[in-house]
Ligand binder design. Structure first.
Ligand code: ADP
Length: 344
C-alpha cells in the first residue's frame, strides 16, 4: 500500500461532529508508509476526550484491518507557535455572571475529572478576590521558587495548581487596583512552570471586571464554560458574561447548569429549588451547547469542604453528572480545535 491507498482507506473514518470523513476534513497529516508500517499525525486537539479517543480508535481499526501497523501522534499544527503558555494545548476558562453559583466547584471538578481521564492538567485559580481552590482540593504543598525566579506549582490529584491563596492566604482580603491585577495575573501565568499540559482550567472571578479582561487579553483561551443556576437572575448575569466573551472573540464552549434538581435524601422526592431548565433554555436561546446539569447535592459541598472533588467518587451519582460534564466539555474543546484546522 502507498500513501494514497492509506488515505483511501482512512476515508472510512467519520468525524461525527464535523460531519465528514477525516481525510476530506484535512485531519490526516505527515503520512508516511514504509512496507506495512504507517506513521501519521491526526489533527486532534482534545486529549482523552471521548469523541477523539473514538476517532483515533477507528483509525487504528481501519489500518489494522488493512494489515498495517501504525505509529499515531495527535497534534493541532499551529498551536505550538504561541508565545504565552507555549506548552499548553488548551485553556478552558470557567466563568459565571455572579458569585455563589458553583463556578469554582465546576472548575475544580472539571480539572480533576480531566486529570482522572489521564490528561495532563493545570488548575489556575484566577479568582484573586476570593481564591478558594487550594481548600477545595486540600492542597498540602506550596509553590516553590527556583533560582531562576520561576515558580514550581504544587500538585494534587494529578493537577498542577496555582492560586493567589498560596501567596496571601485565603483569609487575608487583598485590595487590588487595576494595574496590580494585571501584573500579578500575568506573573502567575508566565512565571509558573506549567510545563506541558493538555488542559489548563482557569477559574475566573464572577462577573466582568479587570481580572476577566486581563485573562481574555493575555491568555490564549480555547473556550469558556459559563456556569449558571436555573434561577432567572443568575441566567441574566450569565448573559452579561456572554456579551463580554463576544466582545473579545472568545469562543464559548457551552453552558453548565449547577444546583439543578435537589434529590431529597429523606423523602426521595425531586425539588427544583432554583427553578428548572433555566440553563438549557439559556443555552438554546443563545445557540450554545448545553454541557450538562449538576444536581444540588450536599455531597458536593462536603466534598469541597473536605478537599475531595465529587467527580473522583465513582459511587456517587452527582459524580456521574460531573463526569458527563467533563466528557461533554472536552468533546467541545475537540470540536473547536478541529474546526480551527478545517477552517484554514
Ligand atoms: P462560586 O465559585 O460560583 O462563587 P462555589 O463553587 O464557591 O461558587 O460554590 C458556592 C458554595 O456552594 C460552596 O459551598 C459549594 O460547596 C456549594 N456548591 C456548589 N455547587 C453545589 C451543588 N451542586 N450542590 C451543593 N452545593 C454546591
Amino acid at each position: 500500500m502507498n500513501e494514497d491507498d492509506v488515505l483511501e482507506c482512512l476515508r472510512a473514518v467519520e468525524d461525527p461532529a464535523l460531519g465528514d470523513d477525516i481525510v476530506s476534513l484535512g485531519l490526516v497529516n505527515d503520512l508516511a508508509v514504509e512496507d506495512d508500517h504507517v506513521t501519521l499525525s491526526l489533527a486532534l486537539g482534545a486529549p482523552y476526550s471521548p469523541a477523539e479517543t473514538d476517532i483515533a480508535a477507528r483509525v487504528r481499526e481501519e489500518l489494522d484491518d488493512a494489515g498495517l501497523d501504525v505509529d499515531l501522534t495527535a497534534a493541532i499544527p499551529d498551536r505550538t507557535s504561541a508565545d504565552v503558555l507555549p506548552g499548553v494545548k488548551n485553556v478552558i476558562a470557567v466563568a459565571s455572571g455572579k458569585g455563589g453559583v458553583g463556578k469554582s466547584t465546576v472548575a475544580v471538578n472539571l480539572a480533576a475529572g480531566l486529570a482522572d481521564r489521564g490528561a495532563r492538567v493545570g488548575l489556575f485559580d484566577a479568582d484573586i478576590y476570593g481564591p478558594n481552590v487550594p481548600r477545595m482540593v486540600d492542597a498540602d504543598d506550596h509553590p516553590q521558587a527556583t533560582e531562576s525566579e520561576t515558580i514550581v506549582p504544587p500538585e494534587k490529584f494529578g493537577m498542577k495548581l496555582m492560586s493567589m491563596a498560596f501567596m496571601v492566604g485565603e483569609d487575608d482580603p487583598v485590595i487590588w487596583r487595576g494595574p496590580m491585577v494585571h501584573k500579578v495575573l500575568t506573573q502567575l501565568v508566565e512565571d509558573v512552570e506549567w510545563g506541558h499540559l493538555d488542559y489548563l482550567v482557569v477559574d475566573l472571578p464572577p462577573g466582568t471586571g479587570d481580572t476577566q479582561l486581563t485573562m481574555l487579553q493575555t491568555v490564549p483561551i480555547t473556550g469558556a464554560v459559563v456556569v449558571t443556576t436555573p434561577q432567572d437572575v443568575a441566567v441574566d448575569d450569565a448573559r452579561k458574561g456572554l456579551r463580554m466573551f463576544g466582545r473579545h472573540d472568545t469562543t464559548v464552549l457551552g453552558v453548565a447548569e449547577n444546583m439543578s434538581t435537589f434529590v431529597c435524601p429523606d423523602c426521595g422526592g425531586e425539588h427544583d429549588i432554583f427553578g428548572s431548565g433555566g440553563g438549557s433554555q439559556f443555552a438554546d436561546d443563545n445557540d450554545l451547547p448545553f454541557l450538562g446539569s449538576i444536581p444540588l447535592d450536599p455531597s458536593v459541598r462536603t466534598g469541597s469542604d473536605e478537599g475531595q472533588p465529587v467527580v473522583l467518587d465513582d459511587d456517587n451519582q452527582t459524580g456521574d453528572a460531573f463526569r458527563d460534564l467533563v466528557a461533554e466539555t472536552s468533546d467541545m474543546v475537540g470540536i473547536v480545535t478541529r474546526r480551527s484546522v478545517t477552517d484554514d
